[in-house]
Design a protein around this ligand. Sequence first.
Ligand SMILES: [Zn+2]
Length: 44
Amino acid sequence: MLINPVEFFRSLPKKECPQCGQHMEEQAESYLMECDHCLSKKEN
Ligand SMILES: [Zn+2]
């Protein structure tokens, strides 16, 4: 069974960072899965 990842995450009641579990502000235009903190760590 294939699930469109975009639809999957849009269906979640709250957006949560999979790395640290921190709740994130819902951003309709953003498909980022991780919070700013974890994303900034990745870029370094
Ligand atoms: Zn995080």
